[in-house]
Design a binder for this molecule. Structure first.
Ligand SMILES: C[S@@+](CC[C@H](N)C(=O)[O-])C[C@H]1O[C@@H](n2cnc3c(N)ncnc32)[C@H](O)[C@@H]1O
Length: 344
């Protein structure tokens, strides 16, 4: 357990310092070449290369050679997981999360004592980027090709030539909004998030993806009473459990939806009831809850204090309190996420 945690930190360093990117696609790299390419100290380069090889992440050709002459190689499959931000195999955001959680651990310790919270902004750029990059491959590869097409009436409306309007609530760095716009060339998307830094990142991401003219981002509290509209699709991806006021946000989503509009929630695929010991998804969600989502939700008062492990019955209760007539679990299969359609 400790070994996994420590090695994950060395992966984080390799990512942040650009070491994997410097190694990828090259037919062997020496410590001096890595140090030169990434702009790091050569002694540290040697130690990191040896450690990564010992951990089985890098291959080394000539183990018996003088350390300075050894050539290290990043296998293609490992390069994909460590350097390709749109690959479904991309794993470095998990290491970034670990670093972000480590940074706020003293504040979380305090929060455990006081019952207070740790604001999402306090997780800093590492937390923001980890969240954005962890979900980016899913939104780039699955959202517009599998998930939304699995809801035929929604898919049909988004394909229509008269531009459908989509509201993406708590959009973070905007990859879900961008994924929808890329998949459906006529749609117009408005993304809303409270966090200014996330919205700045989202605007830059949309411009770089070439959809800045159809995807607009707004710094807005998604629970604001004045929020209303006539959107054909209103989405919230992996955020309801983080919100201090989930009922207010779900009620606002109802107001944002047009009369025939659809409200779609994606959240964690946790078990229907507490059971211990749990499977790996349940264990992962509880760690997120303790290290991030529960403290983030408790940063405001009053708070529903949901935590990451939001069971279907909890969401159903929030939806009822927000005035919805019903909640439908959609038949979309994913290891970590579950999809809900809320009926107005
Ligand atoms: C776990 S992140 C999810 C971001 C994004 N949907 C994704 O899938 O990567 C939760 C987001 O909820 C946002 N948030 C929290 N409270 C909010 C509120 N009242 N209104 C709008 N956004 C809010 C946070 O700023 C954060 O970006």
């Amino acid at each position: 357990m400790a070994l996994g945690a420590y090695e994950l930190m060395t992966v984080h360093l390799g990512d942040r310092l650009g070491l994997y990117r410097a190694l990828a696609g090259r037919d062997g790299t020496t410590e001096a070449e890595l140090a030169g390419a990434a702009g790091i100290d050569e002694r540290y380069a040697r130690e990191w290369l040896e450690q990564q090889a010992v951990a089985g992440i890098l291959e080394v050709d000539d183990q018996g050679a003088d350390p300075a002459a050894r050539r290290y190689r990043l296998p293609d499959a490992h390069a994909e997981a460590l350097t390709d931000p749109e690959s479904l195999a991309y794993m470095t955001p998990m290491a970034r999360f670990a670093a972000a959680f480590g940074g706020v651990l003293p504040a979380v310790e305090d929060a455990f004592r006081t019952g207070g919270g740790v604001a999402w902004e306090d997780f800093g750029a590492l937390g923001r980027e980890a969240q954005a990059e962890a979900n980016r491959p899913l939104f780039a590869n699955l959202l517009g090709t599998e998930w939304l097409p699995a809801i035929p009436d929604v898919d049909e409306r988004l394909r229509a030539e008269d531009s459908a309007r989509v509201a993406d609530v708590a959009c973070g760095a905007g990859w879900s909004s961008i994924g929808i716009a890329r998949a459906y060339p006529a749609v117009q998307v408005d993304g809303f998030d409270l966090d200014e830094a996330s919205i700045e990142l989202a605007r830059a991401n949309a411009a770089e993806a070439g959809v800045g003219d159809r995807v607009r981002f707004h710094v807005r509290d998604a629970g604001a009473e004045e929020l209303a509209g006539a959107y054909h699709l209103v989405t919230v991806f992996e955020a309801i459990h983080d919100l201090s006021q989930p009922v207010a946000v779900l009620a606002a989503m109802r107001r944002l939806a047009a009369e025939d509009g659809t409200v779609l929630v994606m959240d964690e695929r946790v078990a229907d009831a507490f059971a211990a010991p749990g499977d790996e998804v349940e264990r992962l969600m509880y760690t997120y809850s303790i290290l991030c989502c529960l403290p983030a939700g408790l940063a405001d008062t009053p708070s529903a204090a949901t935590g990451t492990v939001m069971r279907t019955d909890t969401l159903r209760r929030y939806a009822e309190e927000a005035g919805y007539a019903g909640l439908e679990v959609l038949p979309i299969e994913h290891e970590v996420f579950r999809f809900y359609r809320l009926h107005p």
